[in-house]
Design a binder for this molecule. Sequence first.
Ligand SMILES: [Mn+2]
Length: 195
Amino acid sequence: MRTTKIARKTAETDISVELNLDGTGAYEMATGVGFFDHMLDQLARHSLIDMNIRCAGDTHIDDHHSVEDVGIALGQALAQALGDKRGIRRYGACLLPMDDALLRCALDLSGRPYLVWNVDFPTAKIGSFDTELVREFFQALATHGGITLHVDCLHGVNSHHIAEAAFKAVARSLREAVETDPRKADAIPSTKGAL
Ligand SMILES: [Mn+2]
């Protein structure tokens, strides 16, 4: 089983992440940020990666440190659970509609962090959540997970739908990329021999 556990503690946040890449999308989220929990639920459910994420953060300041640091810890956990990436499909992509929102994700578990983020939110807030933090999360995830991550919003008028469709598009793409390919079960999917 490709499972892992990460604990990350700083002066700003205290985080634990448990993952099972070969799960069913079961999740338990308690980050102290309600909307963010709702987004992480989508990430687990639609990637079929079991996730248990806890964060005690300085949300009395704002949600920034908690959201960014969960992205860092989740990226580290993903990289650790993937190990030498033997047998994985490596690439994933998804075009995901949610009512008015249409999001496109393409990703490569390349070991080379890169984020291309073409997503504008029509509002600065979703409830009390700052929409700019969605990018912060994916930047941290890409950097610490070693992921080349492209996310584009092709259409959208509602910020909640745009954010949710982004998380679902990344989730679907991750599901594809971390899956083992039965035709290449013992190979590392790179001509370099390492990822
Ligand atoms: Mn929703």
